[in-house]
Design a protein around this ligand. Structure first.
Ligand code: DNO
Length: 380
């Protein structure tokens, strides 16, 4: 205090230098190994890069080229444009979610080879642009699926929810409901045709098709210094007679061995795997930590047999022990990319379901705090 009041310019200058040195040191000591990222849906996303960059400790953006049909090669210009925008906003572009897999590959039909070649070309182009991790999934026809988009909570927020009986009562061919994950680009006729084509595909056949895909892409990913990170099935059980296989510990072990390479890894999505109360997530985080390259960390609350609703990220808000999950990851040496996942809609926000700004930003700072605490106490 006394020193600061002095008018001696030199002393103030020295203090300035001292203070600066201390803050750098503090910054280092409080940093964590994981890299915090946020999903951004491109120019049309109301959650802008300028807003995202103001979330404390935000390192990078997770996004994709959205205007190219599934399976086609992304232009180098589009990839470069994404990278430049993200870098100009002060963040890194090192994770792509997703490069989607064409249904012909999952079906293992004669066109699969052609689509795999395009997939490999996308890996090469993304590698050239400095991308380090590519997230994808191998769920037939539907991606993530919910029965409700705005489940109301007592505190006035709302979120996505899944009620098994509601889903079982639906027929994807006749239902008028449009749910996230249901590809609206299919007409009813196309969807019917696609579902029919899956009739001969059971879990074992899907495993074989996945293995063929991995055998084609993993060597290319390795060459390009990219880690492939499969996203688990959400929810982790078969639906409408379609097989789902990235669902639990045993199957993930099997998946990693299909092509046992460091380039073949996981996106660890706690909300997806955690929908099944049989999945012990802290144990899985520990067991697979060295092959987890991307973590989607969010909480859910079980509401009945195969039913759940999405809640705020902290442990006390739901059924998953986020602290033990992060501890499991850190102690297994995880130093990959993390992103908060689906948020509730709070503070009157409207927008893309699960992907508003506010609750995901709260989730991001919560996760940053958890990692800082766990990493610093584990280092002792
Ligand atoms: C949902 C997302 C998934 C994920 C894909 C990865 O919010 O986590 O849609 O992006 O399954 O391919």
């Amino acid at each position: 205090m006394q020193l600061i009041c002095t008018s001696d310019f030199d002393i103030i200058n020295k203090i300035g230098i001292v203070v600066f040195t201390i803050s750098i040191k503090l910054g280092k000591d409080t940093a964590f190994n994981m890299k915090l990222t946020f999903r951004w849906y491109g120019e049309n996303d109301p959650v802008t890069l300028e807003k995202i960059r103001q979330i404390p400790t935000m390192d990078g953006i997770v996004t994709a080229v959205y205007d190219v049909p599934v399976g086609e090669v992304w232009s180098k210009e589009s990839i470069q444009a994404l990278k430049s925008k993200i870098n100009a906003a002060g963040m890194a572009f090192e994770v792509v979610e997703s490069v989607p897999v064409h249904e012909d590959i999952k079906l293992g039909n004669p066109n699969a080879a052609k689509w795999m070649a395009s997939y490999c070309e996308n890996i090469r182009r993304l590698g050239e642009a400095g991308v380090k991790v590519i997230c994808y999934n191998f769920m037939p026809v539907f991606d993530w699926l919910r029965s409700e988009l705005r489940r109301a909570h007592k505190d006035g927020s709302n979120s996505l929810a899944y009620d098994n009986s509601a889903v079982l009562s639906m027929n994807p061919l006749t239902s008028e409901l449009s749910l996230p994950g249901w590809d609206e680009s299919y007409t009813k006729e196309e969807l019917k045709d696609l579902l029919n084509r899956y009739k001969g595909i059971d879990e074992e056949q899907l495993w074989r098709n996945l293995q063929a895909f991995l055998q084609a892409i993993i060597p290319v990913a390795k060459e390009c210094n990219i880690k492939m990170a499969i996203h688990p099935d959400d929810p982790p059980w078969g639906l409408f007679g379609l097989p789902r296989i990235i669902t639990d510990e045993v199957n993930i072990e099997r998946f990693l061995k299909l092509v046992d390479s460091p380039a073949n890894g996981l996106s660890f999505c706690t909300g997806s795997l955690g929908a099944s109360d049989k999945n012990d997530l802290p144990k899985m985080a520990r067991r697979f930590g060295n092959r987890i390259y991307f973590a989607h960390l969010r909480n859910i609350r079980w509401t009945g047999e195969r039913s759940f609703e999405e809640v705020g990220h902290p442990t006390s808000c739901g059924s998953l022990d986020m602290y033990e999950i992060v501890k499991g990851l850190v102690e297994s040496g995880f130093d990959g990319y993390v992103r908060p996942d689906h948020g509730r809609m709070i503070w009157g926000e409207t927008g893309r379901f699960g992907y508003g700004l506010y609750d995901r930003a709260l989730g991001a700072t919560y996760l940053a705090g958890l990692f800082e605490a766990v990493e610093r106490s584990s280092a002792k």
